[in-house]
Design a protein around this ligand. Sequence first.
Ligand SMILES: [Zn+2]
Ligand SMILES: [Zn+2]
Length: 234
Amino acid sequence: MPIDIENIETCYICGEVLDEPISKDHVPMIQFYSKEVRRDENFNLLKLPVHDKCNKSFQHDEDYFIHTLIPFGAKTKTGKSLLEEKFKKYHEQGNQILLMNKVFREFEHTPSGIILPPDMVAKRFEGERVFRVAWKILRGLFFYNEEKIIPEDLPRSFEIKAPHEMPSDAFIVALSVKPILGDYTPAFAYRYAQISEVHNMWFWAFWLWESLTLCFAFHDLDCDCKVCSSRGAD
Ligand SMILES: [Zn+2]
Ligand SMILES: [Zn+2]
């Protein structure tokens, strides 16, 4: 049962009580959807109230996230539409030119860091920034669906799968029976499951523009295993 949005009193980003100035945070961010898609398809986007300053602190990383990952969506309708929109902006306004140039420079023909299948250009990117945003989206969706706030520093694993790559077997087993969720799934879809047989572990997967899969796994929030309880100790 999702949370009652009208009665939210806590900012899911920092975990503190909401007070002004408050802003509405799109979960996931609205930049996932091109203007064309938003115009042609009728869907509502999930918005959660958060501290304005918490929201703003992600803005640059969110822009980076979209610009650096959208090239992988070039072959699908929602991805292509967004990519073309970015290119158009790039040519017309010079808006965000620095950011676009940075992302273009990241494309390399020799892999360094993240390895992708041989039929793709290897792309190196700032994994920390991408992860920071992905984790924020997950924390927002978790709060919405489960009414619990995930601490930002909760131990977790994170993996990005390129198009044509399969998530690991554990994810497939955990998630295949679960519903596909999302406000407009051709652009952003997600599934999640909690597996009681495996230490109440959570498995989450996002599917971006029907192209990239982002996989997360973490222990339940009240887990007292060695890793979880050592959190924040140093
Ligand atoms: Zn906050
Ligand atoms: Zn644990």
